[in-house]
Every structure is written in structure tokens, then in C-alpha cells.
Design a protein around this ligand. Structure first.
Ligand SMILES: [Zn+2]
Length: 359
């Protein structure tokens, strides 16, 4: 009898799993490294934008990004986020509305954060940005072991640690970093895209790498149509550490523009239109508002555990900025798996899907 019961249990769980229909066919996950929830929901910050030490040309910057009204201000800084995602998708992390999202790792810097995003676990052992190959199984391992995702995964990033965080040695997922633009050729590793017909945007003091990352990613995505792509940007964190609030805001605005461009491409591409999900988030927050601590993050910078997430497209509800809820970075991997109709790895410490934003 016991055997019969357990057989029935196994059969029913197989059936249940088979019934988990995919909510989407393709997902593009994008991270803005160290981009604060404060700017996401409130736009440029008054104390910082008026600080001569942080901003070279205050009147010019205010003309571009300032408005007394917080809603207008955030729309000026990241118009795609507020005019498109907020109206057609869902955004998490607006503290004013009691919508909270945090990292659960205690370190509040990049490798531990990206590990938490991909593996669904804020692993205390992952404690350095120089950590070797990630020992934790991630969403990349889960998908790469499924025939339906064969040759349909990719990561493109500004920061070269992603080869280790994703552990391409273990799962062979292609990870493109250190992207270079040489005489109209865009290269990373052994992959080259030739004949770019437009020049990179003028540098204006930017380190420019995020623009190359975006161009490379878009070119790869439009040629190969991966089912799961990760794009990791880095300039927001870089300019935060440098204490250049003007460049930090310009970077955020530029990334928002890339997302608008990517979404336009998705919705005009026959293979991606109406069956693709775009998810934006960050690896960690930064220090307290209105102080020098906005530049920093890490184990001792407690407010840097606060993060945000935005999603639009197939399988995502039209909730706008959520009115309440407590969410965690470790839930992102399981959410991606569920969108694909798959179950993420089992484990007591692993995050559960964010059902509140799923159709
Ligand atoms: Zn940093």
C-alpha cells in the first residue's frame, strides 16, 4: 500500500510538473550595477544634484533631469521605465508604497549579489569579487541541461567576472566580456561583428564600455535569437564610486534608452514579438540618501541591501509600481524558471517565485 501511495504521488507530481505551462518563450534579464532605488522611484536627488563637488555643470544637469515634482523628475531620468514598463508591466521596490525588495546576502557588493540573482541563494561562502568559479547551480545550469535551450543561452557583460559567476567552465554557456570596438569591428573573445554602420556615441567623459556591451548584446540577440539572455551593465556603479553624480545620472538615462531600443526591437521582431519578457534589476543598492555614503556599498553599508526590479512582457501582470509586499533578490532565479514553465532547484534556502507579478 505504501509503495502504491508513493507511486501515485510520483505520478501525480510528474503530471503536475507537466501541467506547468510556460508563460513566456524568451527572457532577457538586464542588470544596472549598483543603481539605487532612490533614483529609480524619485529621480535625481536634490542634495546631490546641487552639490558642486559631485556635478560639473549644475544648471545644465538640472535642466535635463530636475523637476520639483517627483513623478515628473523620475520620468525625465528614466522615461522608458515610467512611461512604458510602469504602464504595461510591474515595478517592485517603491518604499513610499510599502513595496520592498532586498538582497539576503550580507555583503552588499557585486559577485555575492549576482550569485544570489542567478542561484536563488545568498550564499555566505561567496564573499569576494575575486571569487573563483561559482560553486552554486544557477538558472544557467538549469536551462543548459534542457534540450529545448540548447545553444539558446548567452550572457554579455561589461564586467569580466561574469565568466566565473555564471561558471561557463561547468555549463558552457557563452559569456562575452571585454568587448572592444576596433575600426568598425566589435569583438569579444573569438566573436566579431563587422561593419557597424554607426559610430559609438561621443564619449563625454564616459568610459564607454556599456555602450559597447549593449551594441554587442543587441547584435548577438538579433542574429542568434537566444531564449534566455543576460546583459550586465556597469557604469552606474563606476560613477557612483567616483562620486560623479552627473555621469551617474547620464549613465542611468543612457541605459534606460537602451532598454527602450531593445523593447522596440523585441516588439518588431517576428520571433520575439508578444512572447518575450524583459526583466531589469540590480546587484545591490548604495549608502544613505543625501550623504557621501551614496557613493558606497558593502557589508558595513546597511542601506545598500535595498534593491528594485522591473518587468514587462509575456507572463507579467500590469500592476504598475506595486503597492505593497516584501521581496528578495533570491527570488529572481525561481521567477525566471517559473516563467519558462520550469521548476527551479529544490532547497530550503532557495527563494520562491515572485507570483505577485506573474500572470
Ligand atoms: Zn561597486
Amino acid at each position: 500500500m505504501n509503495k502504491l501511495l508513493s507511486l501515485l504521488f510520483i505520478l501525480s507530481s510528474i503530471l503536475l510538473e507537466a501541467q506547468d505551462t510556460p508563460k513566456t518563450q524568451n527572457i532577457i534579464l538586464v542588470t544596472f550595477d549598483g543603481y539605487r532605488w532612490q533614483e529609480v522611484f524619485k529621480g535625481a536627488e536634490k542634495k546631490l544634484i546641487n552639490n558642486k563637488k559631485l556635478v560639473k555643470d549644475i544648471p545644465a544637469l538640472k535642466k535635463t533631469y530636475w523637476a520639483e515634482d517627483g513623478v515628473t523628475r523620475r520620468e525625465k531620468l528614466t522615461p522608458f521605465l515610467w512611461n512604458t514598463i510602469a504602464k504595461q508591466g510591474s515595478i517592485i521596490g517603491e518604499r513610499k508604497r510599502a513595496s520592498k525588495m532586498k538582497v539576503t546576502n550580507r555583503y552588499r557588493f557585486s559577485y555575492p549579489g549576482y550569485n544570489e540573482i542567478f542561484s536563488g541563494y545568498g550564499d555566505p561562502k561567496v564573499n569576494s569579487n575575486d571569487f573563483p568559479d561559482n560553486p552554486n547551480l544557477t538558472i544557467f545550469d538549469l536551462l543548459s541541461s534542457d534540450e529545448k535551450f540548447k545553444n539558446k543561452l548567452v550572457a554579455v557583460a561589461t564586467w569580466d567576472a561574469f565568466t566565473k559567476i555564471i561558471n561557463t567552465n561547468r555549463n558552457s554557456v557563452p559569456v562575452y566580456v571585454n568587448i572592444k570596438d576596433t575600426a568598425g569591428k566589435c569583438t569579444s573573445g573569438n566573436l566579431t561583428f563587422e561593419g557597424w554602420n554607426e559610430k559609438c556615441p561621443p564619449s563625454n567623459g564616459f568610459i564607454l564600455t556599456d555602450s559597447l556591451t549593449y551594441r554587442f548584446a543587441k547584435e548577438y540577440i538579433s542574429k542568434n535569437h537566444p531564449r534566455f539572455a543576460f546583459i550586465g551593465f556597469d557604469e552606474t556603479d563606476h560613477f557612483g564610486h567616483e562620486g560623479q553624480y552627473d555621469s551617474y545620472l547620464h549613465s542611468a538615462n543612457q541605459l534606460d534608452g537602451y532598454m527602450q531600443d531593445l523593447w522596440n526591437f523585441i516588439q518588431n521582431d517576428s520571433q520575439y514579438k508578444d512572447n518575450t519578457t524583459l526583466i531589469l534589476t540590480c546587484d545591490h543598492g548604495r549608502g544613505k540618501t543625501g550623504t557621501q555614503m551614496w557613493r558606497h556599498h558593502g557589508g558595513l553599508v546597511l542601506p545598500a541591501d535595498k534593491i528594485w526590479l522591473a518587468a514587462i512582457g509575456s507572463g507579467i501582470k500590469t500592476e504598475g509600481s506595486l503597492k505593497q509586499g516584501k521581496f528578495y533578490q533570491k527570488q529572481i532565479a525561481a521567477t525566471i524558471a517559473k516563467l519558462f514553465g520550469k521548476k527551479f532547484y529544490e532547497g530550503e534556502k532557495l527563494g520562491k517565485p515572485i507570483d505577485e507579478i506573474l500572470k
